[in-house]
Design a protein around this ligand. Structure first.
Ligand code: 4NP
Length: 168
């Protein structure tokens, strides 16, 4: 839950490199927040568990595929830090490895409970049990990531908004 009535509910999307999946999730979610006029209620960011791409723009392949659907990816990669667990209300992991690493990074039990899986908000692609890493994949890998993230972000935002910022 947000810290006070005037605080925004803050969501952090996390993947491994913070150059493919999580910056795409961030751009998709920002578009949905803007379209639904919820800018005063939600604030979002993204980060990665591997810091080797820090400072970089998202992978060009992801930028191209996202742009074809109307999303402009401008985030600069940054590593997750322990202070993110203080800063954010919800931390959304793209796959099981991200999820377990985030849980073990969480400073407190309450912080651990902030970590959720993006795929748990996706119902239309039952064959997927995570948002798969597209880095070593072809064009199709990037397209399926965007399909999963569009449904996941839309459903996550609806649940959060319905519950006025409560975790669902
Ligand atoms: P992401 O994809 O976690 O969706 O940003 C990756 C990007 C870079 C690497 C792995 C995954 N890498 O190993 O450099």
């Amino acid at each position: 839950m947000a810290n006070s009535l005037n605080d925004k509910y803050k969501i952090l999307f996390v993947c491994l490199g913070n150059i493919c999946r999580s910056p795409a999730a961030q751009a998709i979610m920002q578009k949905y927040i803007d379209e639904r006029g919820l800018q005063n209620k939600f604030e979002i960011d993204s980060a990665g568990l591997y810091g080797g791409h820090a400072g970089e723009l998202p992978d060009k392949r992801m930028r191209v595929h996202a742009r074809q659907r109307g999303y402009v990816l401008e985030h600069r990669s940054r590593p997750v830090t322990e202070s993110d667990f203080n800063e954010f209300n919800l931390i959304v992991a793209m796959d099981d490895s991200n999820y377990s690493r985030l849980k073990s990074l969480a400073p407190t039990v309450e912080d651990e409970e902030k970590v959720v899986r993006m795929i748990d908000y996706v119902k239309n692609f039952p064959q997927f049990h995570s948002v798969p890493d597209p880095y070593y994949e072809g064009a199709e890998g990037f397209e399926i990531v965007l399909d999963l993230l569009e449904e996941g972000c839309s459903s996550l935002l609806s649940s959060l908004n319905k519950n006025q910022g409560e975790k669902v």
